[in-house]
Unconditional design. Structure first.
Lengths: 427, 267
């Protein structure tokens, strides 16, 4: 739209009466043509950038910065160093052996009293409670007495609560006073620091995330496989039918694609629940006894059926667009050269659809591991995904650092598989 | 055999959507067909769930919220996205691929992660539980659709037309309004429709960012499904299916008109 100025100036340069033969071409006002062209290009470039700039700034502020904020939140650890400033300073010099000196106890007593007064002690107490349960009550209890304590503080604090005689608690405070922490990531994979600072597994009854990650991956893989199985024949049919009938059938794919996600989830609840349409039908026909109604929803089955339905169009559409480009003459040629229908399909048609299979599968897989709404509504206890725990830590347990860490892991998995696949497809 | 298989898959795709439409006219507060409905007795059918929907303050307020948010987000996303697409389709655009990747990233990042990230960030800025926060979030989610559709339309755009307009003496603004805009409009409108439906259907981000005052239709449905499941939800679902049919038809008409226009312009 803006590139018209360059040809216009070069046109006038050709007719420039002052331009001596052999000298560099110049424009009407004597500027060398090359320079003038460069300037025109630079102007177009700036114009293009200016057009994109507002959106770039917007996406930067409303999307990219939040993502980076989440990534930094997953390692950010300001609580102990901010709200226990004196203690963290004294503990820098402590070697972690035995109990710290009187100075550390004095600093802690001061910090506790100050924190209680400024009403921010709760934050550091909750933060440490994520690492070791009981820390919250230990802090609150000791803080209430800290104001009246007198030297020697070591004896006074231990008298307030004998837990202060436990070196592990001091090691925990020392470890968490560093401004960055790996403990959210460790918690996200069911690990923790042992009192001596090694990384160990959490006790079995507290392990939830790893099994959820694994469940999310295998269920997503199952959903992807089911989608592929169902999408392949349909895409083939759509791609080979004459356009008029193909377009008509295409509506059957596009309508669910365009229908609200919640509507489709609701329909599956209506169909699959115990008093629902499908069970009624089976009982009505006599396949099932009235009391043997099957529980098909609020479990893994429900999640897999509903999500396969929701994600199926995402598999059909890429497959369809790839199959549309395969000329039918290839199959005819294979058949006329003596290949049976199965051989012709396996050796000629199928390999050409691989890009579509790859694109569709990765799309469905990525969408599926990041799904939240459907597993939350129809998954019950056993069909929940890791995404449901991100929501849980954000809204219920309020451990935002852990939510950010799980989110970051998921983000890395998703972008990793996306980049990996596009690299494969580009080859 | 193959045809039966395909028919079954199509039934799987479209069946659920067809089932809820008659169910929403159920006279009983159940999620299944009553005997009266199956024997086509008019008594088995009623409009009571639609009446409930249209007379409920909560649902009406959520419709209002949905429309406010979706319209504002669509306008913002369309204006910013169209401008950016014009820049991106320029031959002289530097770092095009990188910028394109950044602009469409909201579409690729899983919604729950976008929602978490925006929630953390917006809560620092005091934007959670405000209309502005929800609108900004939905604008970001709608932008990739606008950028992709408008860039696609512009990639088939014949730049000699603008040069012809310039050489015939049209000013840049006149060229934009009389030549570029009419040709690009179908792409912009489809992009805007995509952005609108993205915002209108979006649950996850609103769930975290919106407060009770910003309840939208999807949120109202979400809490309806979780708490007391009443056939009013089926009535809403039926209405939303109608909305998507309407939208699909509009997009198809735009596509056809576009093809016709393209067919007329020699390339």
């Amino acid at each position: 739209m803006s590139d018209s100025s360059a040809p216009a100036t070069s046109g006038s340069a050709a007719h420039d009466p002052n331009g001596a033969p052999g000298a560099a071409l110049t424009t009407a006002d004597g500027v060398p043509l090359k320079q003038s062209l460069n300037r025109a290009i630079r102007r177009s470039r700036i114009k293009a950038l200016l057009l994109v700039a507002p959106l770039l700034v917007f996406i930067g502020l409303a999307f990219v910065m939040p993502i980076f904020d989440m990534l930094s939140r997953s390692v950010d650890n300001p609580e102990v160093s901010t709200y226990l400033p004196r203690t963290s300073e004294v503990l820098v010099d402590w070697d972690g052996e035995g109990l710290p000196e009187e100075a550390a106890y004095a600093a802690l007593a001061q910090d506790l009293a100050a924190g209680l007064k400024a009403r921010n002690l709760g934050r550091v107490a909750s933060r440490l409670n994520y690492e070791k349960s009981g820390m919250r009550s230990l802090f609150m209890k000791s803080a209430r007495r800290a104001g009246r304590m007198e030297a020697p503080y070591k004896a006074a604090l231990i008298k307030a609560d004998e837990d202060w005689e436990d070196p592990d608690i001091w090691r925990l405070i020392k470890r968490e006073s560093s401004p960055l922490t790996a403990s959210y990531y460790l918690a996200a994979v069911d690990r923790q620091f042992s009192p001596t600072g090694e990384i160990v597994e959490k006790p079995e009854y507290l392990q939830i995330h790893v099994s959820l990650f694994i469940r999310t991956f295998w269920m997503s893989a199952a959903i992807t496989g089911l989608c592929l199985l169902l999408a392949y024949p349909v895409a083939w049919l759509l791609a080979t039918l004459p356009a008029s009938r193909g377009n008509l059938l295409m509506i059957l794919v596009l309508l669910p694609f365009w229908t609200s996600l919640l509507v489709r989830t609701t329909t599956w609840i209506a169909i699959l629940q115990q008093q629902g349409v499908l069970n009624d039908m089976l009982v009505g026909v006599g396949i099932l006894a009235e009391e043997a109604r099957i529980q098909m929803i609020y479990n893994k089955t429900g999640t897999i059926i509903a999500m396969t339905h929701i994600l199926l169009p995402f598999m059909i559409l890429p497959l369809y667009s790839v199959m549309k480009t395969i000329p039918p003459s290839y199959m005819h040629a294979a058949r006329s050269l003596g290949a049976g229908p199965i051989t012709a399909f396996r050796r000629v048609y199928f390999p050409q659809t691989l890009p579509g299979i790859g694109a569709g599968s990765i799309l469905v897989f990525i969408l599926s591991i990041g799904y939240y709404i459907t597993p939350a509504l129809v998954g019950g206890q056993s069909g929940r995904f890791i995404t449901n725990f991100i929501a849980y830590h954000m809204q219920t347990s309020l451990n935002w650092g852990l939510a950010a860490a799980i989110g970051s892991i998921l983000l890395v998995v998703v972008s990793g598989s996306g980049i990996g696949c596009s690299a494969c497809c580009a080859r | 055999m193959f045809c039966v298989l395909c028919a079954l898959i199509f039934l799987f795709l479209i069946g659920p959507i067809l089932v809820i439409i008659p169910l929403s006219f159920n006279a009983e507060p159940y999620f299944t067909f009553s005997e009266k409905m199956l024997s086509l007795d008019p008594d088995g059918y009623s409009l009571r769930w639609y009446q409930e929907f249209f007379t409920s303050d909560e649902w009406m307020r959520s419709i209002k919220n949905s429309i406010i948010v979706a319209v504002c987000a669509t306008v913002l996303a369309t204006v910013l996205g169209t401008l950016a697409a014009l820049g991106l389709s320029s031959r002289f655009m530097p770092f095009r691929n990188t910028i394109m990747a950044i602009l469409i990233s909201p579409m690729i990042v899983p919604l729950i992660i976008s929602a978490a990230a925006m929630f953390f960030f917006f809560s620092k800025l005091g934007l959670t539980q405000t209309y502005l926060g929800v609108i900004l979030a939905h604008t970001a989610l709608g932008i990739p659709f606008v950028v992709i559709t408008v860039t696609a339309t512009l990639s088939g755009f014949d730049h000699s037309l603008t040069r012809a307009a310039h050489s015939l003496g049209a000013s840049p603004s006149r060229t934009f309004f009389r030549i570029i805009l009419p040709l690009v409009t179908p792409g912009v409108v489809s992009g805007a429709l995509f952005a609108f439906i993205t915002s209108f259907d979006e649950v996850v981000v609103v769930l975290f960012i919106a407060g009770p005052a910003q309840t939208t239709i999807p949120i109202q449905m979400w809490s309806g499904i979780r708490e007391e499941i009443s056939p009013t939800i089926l009535a809403v679902a039926t209405l939303l299916v109608l909305v998507s049919i309407l939208l699909l038809t509009t997009l198809e008409l735009i596509r056809r008109r576009n093809e016709r226009l393209r067919g007329l312009t020699p390339s």
